[in-house]
Design a protein around this ligand. Structure first.
Ligand SMILES: NC(=O)c1ccc[n+]([C@@H]2O[C@H](COP(=O)([O-])OP(=O)(O)OC[C@H]3O[C@@H](n4cnc5c(N)ncnc54)[C@H](OP(=O)(O)O)[C@@H]3O)[C@@H](O)[C@H]2O)c1
Length: 259
């Protein structure tokens, strides 16, 4: 299927590896011109080279922290009028809420809620004016089914989801859509480090914890970043203009609910 977005411009945040990279790759395959970000320059440049070589896409890497105003300005200076925005940033640490200070909470709220909203704010009026916009926020399965031990994520992402639920309904009339992709367990560095932390706490080898986590999945496997990227590309496509304000869970059916 031709997604009808060749020549469109996209900003993909948090794209040097993992889920953001999967999204960048999928959009590049559709002929989208990319501006990708991550804090670490070396990995980001290597990813840009890899995607360029594989797809021939025009791609600009901007080493920047999107949870800071300066970082967002650097990204927007490279791509002031994106047609597509994929928001993404590092997930907050796991732990016991009794140990989290107000500062810990403000950091999580900034990183997983406010930074996403400020990026949306910066680009949405241009999208409305041009009568095309696709915004996809990478959130978490935690939005539907909270993870014990990831309270900072459960809380901050719920805030983003609530805000976006309202805004999405104000802008769909302009062919601007906002949707959230909720990863279940995808085999990325983030997942591996969470599982390694769990293994350490339980005093078992990481490989054993990884195998147990896989076995606990309904699909008996983790998701891949390519699968995740493909879902993102479809939500960004010309065909997805009537999908608005949705929270799409990609978890192989692990969430046990009819709706
Ligand atoms: N993988 C899963 O199964 C899963 C499940 C639920 C939720 N999630 C959430 O989905 C998001 C992506 O996860 P992932 O597994 O793809 O993580 P990952 O493998 O650690 O990749 C994160 C990417 O984002 C970049 N990044 C992180 N913070 C950034 C910032 N402030 N500004 C710009 N770039 C930033 C990282 O590069 P730098 O470090 O160089 O900046 C890297 O490229 C996270 O919020 C995670 O919590 C993932």
């Amino acid at each position: 299927m031709d997604l009808g977005i060749a020549g469109r411009k996209a900003i993909v945040c948090g794209a040097s590896k993992g889920l953001g990279k999967g999204c960048a790759f999928a959009l590049a395959r559709e002929g989208v011109e990319l501006t990708i970000t991550a804090r670490g320059r070396e990995a980001l440049t290597a990813t840009a080279d890899e995607i360029r070589r594989a797809t021939g896409a025009k791609i600009t890497p901007i080493a920047a922290d999107v949870t800071t105003e300066g970082g967002r300005q650097a990204v927007l200076a490279a791509c002031a009028e994106p047609d597509i925005l994929v928001t993404n940033s590092a997930g907050p640490p796991a732990g016991d809420f009794r140990n989290w200070s107000g500062e810990d909470w403000m950091k999580a709220l900034n990183g997983n809620m406010v930074a996403h909203i400020l990026l949306i704010k910066a680009v949405i009026d241009g999208m409305i004016g041009r009568r095309f916009g696709r915004i996809v926020n990478i959130t978490s399965g935690a939005v539907k089914s909270p993870y014990p031990g990831l309270g900072l994520s459960n809380g901050a992402r719920a805030g983003l989801t609530g805000f976006v639920a309202g805004l999405a309904r104000q802008v769909s009339q302009h062919n601007v859509t906002i949707n959230n992709l909720l990863p279940g367990s995808h085999e990325t560095d983030r997942l591996r480090s969470l599982i390694a932390g769990d293994a350490k706490a339980r005093g078992i080898p990481s490989e054993q914890a990884l195998a147990e986590a896989k076995e606990a999945e309904t699909a008996k496997r983790f998701g891949t970043v390519d699968e995740f990227g493909a879902a993102c590309a479809f939500l960004c496509s010309a065909h997805a203009g009537y999908i608005a304000g949705q929270n799409l869970l990609l978890d192989g059916g692990s969430y046990n609910g009819t709706l």
